[in-house]
Design a protein around this ligand. Structure first.
Ligand SMILES: Cc1cc2nc3c(=O)[nH]c(=O)nc-3n(C[C@H](O)[C@H](O)[C@H](O)COP(=O)(O)OP(=O)(O)OC[C@H]3O[C@@H](n4cnc5c(N)ncnc54)[C@H](O)[C@@H]3O)c2cc1C
Length: 405
């Protein structure tokens, strides 16, 4: 019997395990999961989980009681590609015929500040979210470092729980890597209208404890105090285990459209990968739930001998302040923008076109069916539908995206 070993029990590892169990039930599938319990879903951790505390389960978890071997609370420490063995931190190595690396990402940590660790939070895992949930109480002052999606989602929820929130962003605007100026401004206005404070251009941000034990934040030109701080300044791929095994890495594990790495018999899927997107003429490492899940299905299909490829544009959504923001493609590549709807409303969409006249992005607030159609057509290799373009108006070029940071 062939054994497929998966390292990492996030969405990608779980989706691969469930697909393998369905497509190749005769294989033995082992999931080495660094966290405890069955795999869970991450997006709710910055949203409903903070309000309700309900464990965000993933569809198909019953498989772990029915055949897929789940080794939870176990870290893979070393891959030996010559002998096809994965070593683990609990001493029991695992032999594989095929290996899938789905180790995802970890939160980027800030160094060089001196604040009581009890007051400092990151948000990546269920235990991070439980810890954060425990301190978001009425009247507390939460400082969020980083005006990206996760920091903004948490600040919106924290206000619903009665906290005062301030978001500190180094760039001159929110969502600097993923939004047009109009979307950044829309989000800033929305947060401000719901009582959220925003501090942009916070160069040289420093943190320490003052004599009252509060968190003192200072930056060029200002200072503020808070009871606790959430650091949400991005993530980095857990690719070291692959690099140590001699697998090619470059901002993630380098894979082709079949999720194959540079070492035969070893595949990778999810946030840890750097994968080709021919429609954009480049490789990407995406921080997206949809990419992680869909790519893992392709990896499992290929491992079962099917002909499958993953090379879609990334799609991401964010729920905050009562609306859904969506981003498709790579907004930073756009050199021309077309908009459907009024930016003063709660429903609009911007389409980005690059210098070659190629569709490269769509970003919007509650964009609904237009976004669904753009995604469907792009996936099928079709141009933007005339119906969508006939309703779109060109946006002033000064409203373009900042270059990707
Ligand atoms: C708070 C939060 C909110 C989000 N919200 C959204 C959203 O609204 N929309 C959206 O599109 N995306 C969202 N995302 C992103 C989305 O959840 C991720 O893209 C997706 O979960 C990535 O899945 P993954 O399996 O590739 O990686 P991960 O979820 O990172 O899973 C990797 C797993 O591998 C484990 N691991 C790592 N190394 C080892 C090892 N050596 N041995 C064993 N196990 C190991 C890790 O502990 C982890 O459990 C959010 C992410 C977070 C953190």
């Amino acid at each position: 019997m062939e054994t497929v070993v998966i390292i990492g029990g996030g969405l990608a590892g779980h989706r691969a395990a469930t697909t393998l169990a369905e497509l190749c039930p005769e294989q033995r599938t082992v999931l080495i999961h660094g966290e405890s319990g069955t795999p869970y879903d991450r997006p709710p951790l910055s949203k409903d989980f903070l309000l309700e505390g309900k464990r965000p389960t993933l569809k198909g978890s019953e498989l772990y009681a029915k055949g897929v071997v789940l080794r939870d609370g176990t870290k893979a420490t070393l891959i030996d590609p010559l002998r096809r063995i994965v070593h683990t931190d609990n001493g029991d190595p695992e032999h594989y015929d095929k290996l899938l690396i789905a180790t995802g990402s970890r939160a980027r940590h800030l160094e060089n500040f001196s604040v009581d660790p009890v007051q400092v939070h990151y948000l990546r895992t269920e235990s991070d979210a439980l810890r954060l949930r425990g301190v978001l109480a009425r009247g507390k002052r939460l400082a969020v470092i980083g005006g990206g999606f996760i920091g903004l989602e948490v600040s919106a929820i924290a206000r619903r729980l009665g906290c005062q929130t301030t978001v500190f962003e180094l760039a001159p605007r929110l969502l600097p890597r993923s939004a047009s100026l109009s979307l950044s401004e829309w989000v800033a206005t929305r947060h401000a209208s719901q009582g959220g404070e925003l501090r942009l251009n916070c160069a040289n941000l420093r943190m320490s404890n003052n004599s009252k034990g509060e968190v003192l934040l200072t930056w060029d030109g200002g200072s503020a105090v808070a009871d606790m701080v959430l650091i949400a300044v991005g993530i980095g791929p857990n690719a070291e285990i692959a690099a140590d095994a001699g697998i090619d890495t470059a901002d993630g594990i380098v894979v082709n459209a079949r999720c194959e790495t540079s070492v035969p018999g070893i595949y990778a899927a999810g946030e840890v990968t750097n994968y080709p997107v021919p429609a954009l003429g480049r490789r990407l490492r995406s921080e997206s739930w949809t990419v992680a899940g869909d790519q893992a299905v392709v990896a499992a299909q290929v491992m079962c001998g099917l002909d499958a490829q993953y090379q879609d544009l990334p799609w991401f959504w964010s729920d905050q302040c009562g609306v859904t923001l969506q981003s498709y493609g790579l907004p930073a590549l756009a050199t021309r923008l077309y908009r459907i709807g009024d930016v003063a409303s709660e429903r609009w969409l911007e389409i980005g076109i690059d210098d070659h006249g190629r569709f490269v992005s769509a970003v919007g607030v509650n964009p609904g069916r237009d976004m669904t159609q753009l995604r469907r057509d792009t996936k099928a290799g079709k141009p933007i539908s005339p119906d969508i373009m006939s309703r779109a108006e060109e946006v002033d070029p000064s409203d373009l995206y900042l270059a990707a940071g």
